[in-house]
Design a protein around this ligand. Structure first.
Ligand code: ADP
Ligand code: MG
Length: 700
């Protein structure tokens, strides 16, 4: 019996290859494929024909509206719905969708972040159809994945630079393949990505009782619970029925949208989970991750749950990341990061590996910046993994290959060891050649690289733009050098040995969490950009501006704009968090604690009225603590308010961001400290919102 395809079982809401095959005239479909595969512009006639077929299909599926679906610099997606209806006279209305409407749209760009690229009076912006990512139906609306730029042509979104970086890495990879004789006749190299998504699930009723979760996505208060993740029993633990029901629903919703969610499991922290899809081309994967986050939030609501995508919803337990698995594949099916049985003799693999090593070392700052956000600061450089120091893990096998090549020594091929369990009935199988390393920010994992620094709420776009662009640059340098060589093999080996010698310092196969690594990294001269504010200037560093300019990804102005938008975002996020804190302290914590203190004080008075010699030791001690902590909380909160006013007066953006990082975050820590102390000694029925224990054990 043949296996059933997912669309046959669950239905499909994607205008994909299969639908196009049946719905588009043959020559139109062929012309569209030609454009996509060879990066060629699309003619208007083809667009017209595609639009008409798309509309008919979408209307049959119940769609009434269409929208260009794009990714402005807010980091989330944007859409503006138009209905298909069109009057044709005599009171008649038809469902219509033109080629022009498919190709471009003109949203008012003034309400999106532009980092000064577009004055408000020049509001015009354009979205334009990206034919390399399939259109799909969501909420009865035909969504057309699109890029977004200003009237002047400047990039205002996250998709355009990604598409440009894919062109760059394609071009430079082909140069290297051609030098190697291009045995499979590849004409296109694609970057492929699988983005693993971590998230928390909590009960929605409890979520609604926490102003901090509703407004900022994370808890700004919360004392350490008696039981956190110390029992290490949540990771891969059995999945609770309510979570299981959510995951099942989520999978089906995602499958309908062509997002092939494959693996779902419990993560390390209580209430934390992960979803991994089957990898796809990088552009689609980035779009799909945005969709995944949106669908997760919506499906959660249906189950009366709240899906938290913030990097650090709870202090003291693990935060959430997004692992970006990344590889390069030719249109002839060759994975360029596949080492094969004898990696030391696989010149193609070694050249691509050397390019990754050199790029990671030379552009550590950019890789770090590509994951920089105020929320990710709680993970990177905080007390958990991965650290803010960029390094590359290769594992033992590849590590020894690299070492031998660097010193021009012979490399013994490594035999695959057989796994023996000591139980006869268990089938034997070959072990992997390297163990897993969960602590590395960037790791080689067999035939792909896994970049683990990305935050759970972030778009996957920027990290991939950086990965593709730095690889393009290194491959370009290699090709420039090797194209002129008289003996290619000799020159290539010399180049690889030189790269490993000069850039081997970026390779680290040990434990990235250990304090010894921080010292060792410093000795090696690696960067340790602890906060977002330390990392972001990489966008305007001269060497990086030159990199992006050379490969036609961004010009200097666009990079300066991105830097400005990120700084602004940092200040805004912290301001909202600080104001939320103050609001919760004043409107919830003060009143509750006052009431509780009143009760304790009344108890003392009543007891002493009965007998004046009652010591009331417990009550007095408790009341003293409540009173002291409240006074300290009051002082901390007043200081926070004062500093927020100071921040508002700082006109220089860089200075303002530094002030937020250095002063406001400290004030917030202080405020939280006293509030958390109060939580620990206030009676449960007086405390104004659900605690960590309530929240992380709310889903059964
Ligand atoms: P883990 O990282 O937990 O070991 P897997 O090895 O199963 O998990 O892979 C994690 C993710 O990597 C999945 O989304 C998978 O589709 C993706 N992936 C697997 N192979 C590749 C590849 N060649 N290129 C890009 N992503 C890949
Ligand atoms: Mg992984």
């Amino acid at each position: 019996m043949r296996d059933l395809a997912i669309p046959e079982i669950f239905g499909s809401l994607v205008f994909n290859e299969e639908v196009m095959h049946t719905r588009l005239p043959k020559q139109v479909h062929a012309a569209l494929r030609e454009c996509i595969e060879n990066d060629k512009p699309l003619s208007f006639e083809i667009a017209q024909s595609v639009a008409s077929a798309m509309k008919t299909w979408a209307v049959e599926k119940g769609a009434t509206h269409f929208t260009h679906w794009f990714q402005p610099m807010t980091g989330i997606t944007a859409e503006k719905h138009d209905s298909f209806i069109k009057p044709i006279g005599e009171g008649k209305i038809i469902m219509h969708f033109s080629g022009k409407e498919l190709i471009r749209s003109e949203p008012d760009a003034s309400a999106f972040p532009s980092g000064g690229l577009r004055a408000t009076f020049e509001a015009r912006g354009y979205t334009a159809w990206d034919p390399t990512s399939y259109a799909f139906i969501k909420d009865k609306t035909l969504c057309i994945p699109s890029i977004f730029c200003s009237y002047g042509g400047q990039v205002l979104d996250k998709k355009t630079p990604l598409l440009r970086s894919l062109q760059a890495v394609n071009k430079q990879s082909l140069r290297i393949l051609n030098l190697l004789g291009n045995p499979t006749g590849a004409t296109h190299v694609y970057a492929e990505v699988g983005g693993e998504q971590e998230y928390f699930l909590i009960d929605r009723d409890l979520y609604n009782q926490r102003e901090d979760l509703c407004l900022t996505g994370r808890t700004l208060f919360g004392a350490r619970p008696p039981k956190g993740q110390e029992m290490e029993n949540h990771y891969f633990g059995n999945i609770k029925p309510r979570v299981k029901a959510f995951m099942e629903d989520l999978d089906i919703e995602l499958w309908k949208l062509g997002v092939y969610a494959k693996t779902e499991h419990n993560e390390v922290a209580p209430a934390q989970h992960e979803l991994a899809p089957i990898y796809s081309d990088s552009n689609t994967a980035v779009d799909h991750n945005q969709l995944t986050m949106e669908i997760m939030r919506n499906v959660a609501i249906k189950h009366n749950l709240a899906c938290l995508l913030h990097e650090k919803p709870f202090a003291g337990i693990n935060g959430s990341g997004k692992h970006n698995n990344w590889s390069l594949k030719t249109n002839t099916g060759i994975n360029l990061f596949k080492p094969g049985k004898t990696p030391a003799e696989n010149l193609q693999f070694l050249l691509f590996l050397a390019a990754v090593i050199k790029g990671t070392d030379e552009y550590q700052d950019l890789l770090r910046a590509s994951c920089a956000s105020p929320s990710n600061d709680h993970r990177l450089g905080g007390n958990e993994a991965p650290p803010a120091i960029v390094s590359l893990y290769l594992g033992d096998e590849l590590g020894s290959v690299v070492e031998a090549l660097e010193h021009d020594e012979h490399v013994e091929p490594i035999e695959r060891a057989v796994m023996k369990s000591g139980v006869k009935v268990i089938p034997r199988f070959n072990k992997d050649t390297s163990d897993r390393n969960r602590t590395a920010p960037f790791a080689f994992t067999g035939n792909k690289f896994e970049f683990r620094m990305v935050g759970s709420s972030a778009s996957l776009s920027t990290p991939n733009v950086v990965l593709n662009t730095i690889l393009a640059e290194e491959l370009c340098q290699f090709a420039d050098e090797l194209e002129g060589a008289s003996d290619f093999d000799v020159a290539a080996h010399a180049l690889i040995a030189r790269v490993l010698k000069n850039h081997g310092k970026i390779i680290f196969n040990g434990n990235n969490y250990s304090p010894a690594w921080i010292k060792e990294a410093e000795r090696r001269g690696l960067l340790n950009l602890k906060t977002c504010i330390d990392a972001l200037p990489a966008y305007i560093a001269e060497k990086n501006v030159e990199l992006f300019r050379k490969h036609k990804i961004f010009n200097g102005e666009e990079l300066a704009a991105r830097y400005e938008i990120s700084l602004e975002n940092y200040c805004k996020v912290l301001q909202i968090e600080a104001l939320t804190m103050i609001d919760m302290v004043k409107k919830s914590i003060y009143p509750s604690v006052c009431e509780y203190m009143g009760t304790v004080a009344d108890t003392i008075c009543s007891k002493r009225a009965v007998a004046a010699n009652f010591a009331c030791e417990m009550e007095v001690s408790l009341l003293t603590k409540l009173s002291d902590y409240s006074d300290n909380l009051f002082k901390a909160c007043v200081k926070l308010e004062k500093d927020l006013k100071r921040a508002a007066d700082i006109t220089d953006l860089v200075e303002c961001a530094h002030f937020y990082r250095d002063a406001i975050t400290k004030d917030m820590e202080e405020t939280r400290h006293f509030a958390d102390e109060l939580e620990l000694i206030t009676a449960k029925n007086y405390w104004p919102f659900p605690t960590y224990t309530d929240l992380t054990n709310s889903v059964v």
